[in-house]
Ligand binder design. Sequence first.
Ligand code: MN
Length: 718
Amino acid sequence: MIRIQEILDKVTELRPDADVALIQKAYVFSAAAHAGQTRLSGEPYLSHPLSVAYELACMRMDDVSIAAGLLHDTVEDTSASIEAIDAQFGEEVADVVDGVTKISLMTFESKEAAQAENIRKMILAMAEDIRVLIVKLADRLHNMRTLDFQKPHKQKLISQETMDIYVPLANRLGLHRIKLELEDLSFRYLRPEVFNSITEWLEENRSSGQEYIQSVIQLLSSMMTDNKIKAEIKGRIKYRYSIYRKMEQQHLTLDQVHDIIAFRVIVKDVRDCYAVLGLVHAMWKPVHGRFKDYISMPKANMYQSLHTTVMGPEGERIEIQIRTDEMDQMAEFGVASHWLYKEGGGGRLKARDVQQFTWLRELLDWQKMETDSKEFMRSLKFDLFKDEVYVFTPGGDVKELPEEASPVDFAYMIHTQVGDKCSGAKVNGKLVPLSTPLKNGDTVEIITDQHRHPSRDWLRFVKTAKARTRINHFIRTEERTRSISLGKEMLEKLGRRMDINVQKALKEGAFDAVAEEFNLKEVDELLSQVGYARLTPRKVLQRLLPKEAPEPEEKEVEPQQEESRVEHTHANSVGIKGVDDVLVRFARCCTPVPGEAIVGFISRGRGVTVHTSDCPNVQNLEAERLISVYWDGTEDKPYPARIKMISKNIMGMMAKVSDLLMQEKVNLDAGMFHSMVDGMSEMEFTVEVRDIAHLYRTIDKLRALDGMVEVSRLSSSD
Ligand code: MN
């Protein structure tokens, strides 16, 4: 078990100005919190945070990270709260501990490998501060080192998760050594037979291997001395997973894998790197195609080095890496070392900041060496679409959504039916409004109800194209259905006056020909056109009348009037002093209703048009053509008036309105719906009333309906 003193010694050795007091305090807090807990190994639980902190100290991580390493399991596993940590250690430490806790609380074990990329992205997005990831990786490393104490099936699950999630994360951050060790440890549990056979083989050849390493180091050393190059030379047997990969990729048996030993020459500058390369190649024959210059072409994770393979002293292959001390640091500690110790450090390196730098943007490419350009584009996409959230389904699948996406977006992502029938949502077990923006790591559960439908309200907050499209589609379909039934109703009403049995005619298919005449594919289309007031019911019913005996007034209908919503003539309702037998029409713009003040206009060849006195159009008419007219009051035909209503978008509103109109004996002549995004629905229609009093009484009653916001009479300027 690592002792706190070893950590403190390491910290002060590597960073003399370290805040030892903070680390000591974190140790005391952690020891108290974990008191009495033991690990599966039987060791005190504290041994785990101590090991994690020690690892972080060796990585030269800062005091905040080391303190967070000591505290990282206190919130998850003990009664300590994040507030207490904030109060005692400050916001930075608390944020890192909080981030690590959040990632730890998620279990990715059972997820398919296909989900791995999303999970990695989610973790990256969640880690506001890159130190969260580094502490989490140190935590995982120690857990992997002590995985022996877990049950076998757990060992496999955790190892797979490490391979799928944490190895790529470590690689992405350039934490090379951690990546290699995590890989090797996972490999051990995932492929124990292969791992063991490689281990045995290495054991058998160990002594000869060690001798061999020493002899090559000796040769290289004297070469350096002869050429007055200061260098540090290391030789090590490669990681077993690397050997395994080599066997797999090149279809080799163990005995055929020659370059299992890697040598490293560390020099003071780049010029020396190339000098050493020249010397090595002069002494040993290079293997064709094995030289790689990662100094002039660094890897995506900023790794720099010269790699070469040569035919060694006994004719065997030797792999040699040549790099500067600085490059070696980078290879070991990756992005962390670069930021914390070269750029002045101190500041937090946020995952989002990482995306600001070109050199780091390239680093964010996951697995550049083993993937194709498509993969590269996908990670690039991730960089560009940093505004994403990753949430879980109740089954643990990860879904990627745009930032601020709502449970409705999530529901539509699951399935169209789930979206359409979505009636409520639970986020992390709590019921929330459907407009709640989702956050990274949320678990979202959708409650459906067979009787629910998409609501226009949802358009205010949905963020995905799929949800928007589906909601609009539903609204359009619903409006069409309503317009069809409204159109039918309007035809029936007018039909009664014109002595046409519309229902019967519909049944007998009499409207098929009419639809065709209007170039419409089907009768429903015809009905909906009437409902939307694109066709007047009169115009439609006229077509059902025998052609040889059309109603006289219809002859007069000119093409421009076909669109008219309210063309009515009342030859006998209005009198003109001293004039008889004049064609009287009612203006479409103001639709005068008996009782209102009116004025007549003598049109050229079209009789007299009657406007309301206050109609704005009257002002533009030639004054000398205006004549005074009066209501005759003898005719009891209904008069059209246009009404506009704004109501809350309540499904039953249309029914309430039509009930009320029926009670008031007001005919509904034509209707038109407008969609309004803010949850209100707007409707314009034409009613037929007896007189102005009848109209205003009706408007008053409409205004009193529950859910009604505004009712007004329309004139053409509206
Ligand atoms: Mn832990």
